[in-house]
Design a protein around this ligand. Structure first.
Ligand code: AMP
Length: 489
């Protein structure tokens, strides 16, 4: 099965049901299918891309993400969603690594593209529509055929290539295929993560698989996908309160902002939301219990990672319910159990399963696990050793198979739901001539979960304040804001 099969199915059984709604357009399933076919033909014929070529998408959330993800599948191309929060040199590094043939760009990011060109980008761009009118994207679509592309493909062919950094400091492209997204979609449907009546709200960046996988899941379920360009707690509350949307995915930092905004507005969301999913970073228990009583809806936690396509475990709504004394079960501090279709184990250094309750590395296998890292056979072989994905997370399994995350083996911190790899920041700081040695680590932060802190050994005579401000400037121009150290010691 290919991803286009599920879109064709949705358009056949619910042609006039709303598929995608953003700030500019509303598309029914039949309209979405037509635009996806046009884009697929435009990419292959209009722009001349060949099977296996990569194209980028640099934009805040909007309906075209759904079109681009499905058109990649229908045209045997690979979409590389670019995280717009990254700095221009980081983005050009990714564009170079992926050999991007073209980048679809939202108006407003032209200056980023100009700076990417200064750091070596030399591929054409296609502009999306914006306040100033229609872009080349719409013109391309209207010139292209709406016929379905009849080209056999293997379900192991990648559809998305999503970049995650790592301990080497260089981002790697995680290849997610048709079968990976379809499997993840079925697993999450089996866990009840969505229903065909859902109006699912996305406010998290669709370039990240935590939110991006919902694109496929919603189509599998023939649900409606409501897309906000960015997380804006005020708008999110309105959309949930007035029934525009009834399910959403959040990360802890967002949930905390959402509750604060609801208090500020004195808005009652109680009973308005059907289900709230959360994950991506450790959830503070106080925040979760406050959210449970404020929202009074089903909560579902997921744990996973980009390489897993992304979901591995689920903590279902019933495990969030208090007992008859009003106490929440201890399993609320777990990330739940393996989803249907996925096997999760905890192993020691020799890959032997550890006893129940003992800590080891979490490994997993299933049809949702990535095909590999683009052009990095060694890293792929290491991460998928023996057919099991090494998550780099440390955890323990309870008697009842609930998984508890304990720590991370990989050198990584999570700030506001985004992964930050200290090595990547150290590589940037080390370039400064007054830096002898540097180590970056995470420190707990009430709002963001963790923030990066840099420990620097400076050349004798280097002025402390001058060096700190020079390092802040270097990080500001070369790294995304969420990666820049918040303090220097
Ligand atoms: P990413 O590849 O960006 O999705 O990040 C994956 C990493 O985020 C995992 O390896 C975990 O360290 C962390 N993570 C994902 N889900 C959870 C969760 N529910 N609770 C705590 N940490 C999580």
């Amino acid at each position: 099965m290919l991803i286009s099969d599920s879109l064709v199915h949705a358009a056949r059984v619910r042609p006039s049901h709303l598929a995608v709604v953003d700030d500019r357009i509303s598309l029914t399933y039949s309209h979405l299918l037509e635009r996806v076919n046009r884009l697929a033909n435009a990419l292959r014929e209009g722009l001349g891309l060949d099977v296996g070529d990569r194209f980028g998408l640099l934009s805040a959330n909007r309906a075209e993400f759904v079109e681009a993800y499905y058109a990649a599948g229908s045209s045997r191309l690979v979409c590389v969603p670019l995280n717009y929060r990254l700095a221009a040199p980081e983005l050009s590094g990714i564009a170079r690594d992926a050999d991007l043939r073209v980048i679809i760009v939202e108006p407003g990011f032209e200056d980023v593209v100009d700076r990417m060109r200064e750091s070596g980008l030399d591929c054409p761009t296609v502009r999306l529509s914006g306040p100033m009118g229609e872009g080349e994207y719409e013109a391309l679509l209207s010139r292209s055929s709406a016929a379905v592309r009849e080209e056999p493909a293997a379900d192991s062919e990648p559809v998305l290539q999503i970049y995650t950094s790592g301990t080497t400091g260089t981002p790697k492209g995680v290849m997610i295929s048709h079968r990976n997204t379809i499997a993840n979609g079925w697993h999450m449907l089996a866990e009840g993560a969505t229903t065909r009546e859902d109006r699912h709200l996305t406010t998290m960046p669709l370039c990240h698989l935590g939110a991006g996988s919902r694109v496929f899941l919603n189509v599998h379920a023939t649900a409606t996908h409501v897309i906000h360009p960015r997380f804006d707690p005020e708008r999110m509350i309105i959309a949930l309160a007035d029934g525009t949307a009834d399910t959403a995915v959040t990360v802890p930092a967002m949930l905390s902002d959402l509750l604060a905004e609801a208090r500020r507005q004195r808005a009652s969301l109680h009973g308005k939301v059907r289900r709230l999913l959360y994950g991506a970073a450790p959830m503070p228990q106080d925040l979760l219990t406050e959210a449970l009583s404020t929202l009074g809806c089903d909560f579902q936690q997921t744990y996973g990672l980009t390489e897993a396509g992304p979901n591995l475990t689920v903590l279902p709504p019933e495990d969030h319910l208090p007992d008859s004394h009003g106490n929440h079960p201890s399993r609320l501090s777990s990330v739940g159990r393996q989803t249907s279709g996925v096997e999760v184990r905890v192993v020691d250094r020799d890959d032997a399963e550890v006893a129940v309750g003992e800590v080891g590395e979490i490994i997993a296998r299933g049809p949702n696990i990535m095909e590999g890292y683009w052009r990095r056979p060694e890293a792929t072989a290491e991460t998928l050793r023996g057919g099991w994905l090494r998550t780099g997370d440390l955890g323990r399994l309870g008697e009842d198979s609930y998984l508890y995350l304990v720590d991370r083996k990989k050198d990584m911190l999570i700030s506001g739901g985004f992964n930050v790899y200290p090595r990547e920041i150290e590589c940037v700081l080390e370039i400064h001539p007054d830096v002898i040695e540097v180590a970056v680590t995470g420190k707990p932060h009430e709002r963001w979960g963790e923030v990066p802190v840099a420990f620097v050994v400076a050349e004798p005579g280097a002025g402390r304040e001058a060096l700190e401000s020079a390092l802040r400037e270097v990080c500001g121009s070369r790294l995304a804001a969420f990666k820049s150290p918040k303090s220097y010691r």
